[in-house]
Write a new protein. Structure first.
Length: 204
């Protein structure tokens, strides 16, 4: 009994490690190559395993991509929930929170999600997978903003301001994919943070 468990545990560990490598490789391929070019062969090569080994874990591309998308949105949600609350108050607090929110729409996970959104726009099956994942992620970001800003989410105007902030973050991240837009981005973020601080102060 003990020896059988000892033999099985390393196999299970190797299986988990391989599965994780496949998910991470799929995310990289989606982020760097796009939806159409993230094929089973490309992903297997990126993960450094054979196509047969990949299909042992995920029999079809659809199964792999669905698992990878769940991984993308779950990792993004975890990153959001792990962000520490601001230590400042007033306008400085708003500035800190806005800057943090802007960073949630950045990096490899965001690029992978972006390619998934594009595919979902033309494929109803993909959309059915992504839509609930995106809603859950959006809820996490919204909740983080409410908590870190310390505002009343039941106020329709406050709610609209938060949504505008998140929409701004997505828009700036899209612009940044084509060119290094960091200087203009910082100016816009700083200006919006000041306006937001003024608006929120007026609701107190």
């Amino acid at each position: 009994m003990t020896s059988a468990r000892t033999v099985n545990e390393p196999k299970q560990d190797r299986s988990r490690v391989t599965r994780q490598r496949l998910l991470e490789a799929t995310v990289r391929c989606l982020a760097e190559r796009g939806w159409a070019d993230a094929t089973v062969s490309v992903i297997a090569a990126e993960a450094g395993i054979s196509r047969g080994a990949l299909q042992h874990h995920f029999p079809t591309r659809e199964a792999l991509v669905v698992a990878a998308l769940e991984y993308v949105f779950e990792e993004r949600r975890r990153q959001i929930e792990a962000l520490p609350p601001p230590t400042t108050t007033g306008a400085a607090r708003v500035q800190s929170v806005v800057a943090t929110l802007m960073e949630t729409y950045n990096g490899e996970l965001f690029r992978a999600a972006l390619h998934a959104w594009t595919a979902a726009a033309a494929d109803e099956q993909v959309r059915e997978v992504i839509a609930p994942l995106e809603r859950r992620f959006a809820r996490s970001v919204h909740d983080l903003a409410v908590t870190h800003l310390g505002v009343d989410d039941s106020d329709p105007h406050v709610r609209t301001l938060i949504q505008a902030t998140l929409d701004l973050g997505r828009g700036l991240a899209l612009a940044d994919l084509l060119t290094d837009d960091s200087k203009r981005r910082r100016r816009i973020v700083d200006t919006w943070a000041r306006l937001l601080a003024t608006e929120l102060a007026g609701r107190g």
